[in-house]
Design a protein around this ligand. Sequence first.
Ligand code: NAP
Length: 254
Amino acid sequence: MTGEDQRAVVVTGGSRGIGRAICRTLARPGTHVFFNYYTPGDRQEEEAAADETCKLIESAGGKATGIWANVADKDQVKDFFKQVMDACGRIDVLVNNAGITRDNLLVRMKESEWDDVLEVNLKGPFLCIQIAARVMMKQRSGRIVNIASIVGVVGNPGQANYVASKAGIIGLTKTAAREYASRGVTVNAVAPGFIETDMTAKLPEKVKAAMLAQIPLGRPGTPDDVAAAVRFLASEDAAYITGQVIHVSGGMYM
Ligand code: NAP
């Protein structure tokens, strides 16, 4: 199979947590999964995490490419998508998953904490959608799935920046869905509740217990719970669904 025959799937923030589970779940023979990752810090540790995601994609029969690129940096995003287009000449699925938190009470929140979160969680998806949607509209097919959060709907003390970014991504999803529907491109969001990943591991035990108490299904979610919803929205079975927010939260929000 040549590169041009490959189905191209792009996942942002695929080196860990929910993004890694999405990469693995969308991988299959005939699919090339591209993912990026980026945290200024221990590059060696990150490369090892990205290698692990590649192995999981390949074990599922897919082709894997992991690229160190910041979703908030326009030039790096352009380069990332250039590599996708050079290899496959198309983009079938885009999952905007990369996200960060910088929690603080609103009155104490530093401008940099606000900016960092909005840049990665909201500007990142904007930059990626702009590039991918142009390609998808020409193809007259494509699936975009944005990872929002339950808190973008209900709010959460200490997370004004994160909540604003996740409420923003829901608005972005609905607008993009309306703009691209006539070209056969669907745009939906998945809103996870409390999922066990590195992001939630750093929460104090008291906070985790309080969140658990609010989950009717009685357990935290797993990255695979979220990936299953993404797989559905990225599939042919979801052809008649666009502009929707699917909550994967064990019933935390009804
Ligand atoms: P995670 O374990 O912290 O993983 C985040 C991923 O995003 C990592 O692969 C990270 O790469 C990547 N990333 C961070 N900043 C990036 C940037 N500027 N450019 C490119 N990649 C970047 O987080 P998670 O819990 O899996 O969360 C994934 C998504 O689900 C996020 O959008 C989050 O807001 C959302 N979500 C999570 C929960 C939850 O309970 N966990 C609930 C609701 C929504 P590195 O490995 O290089 O750091």
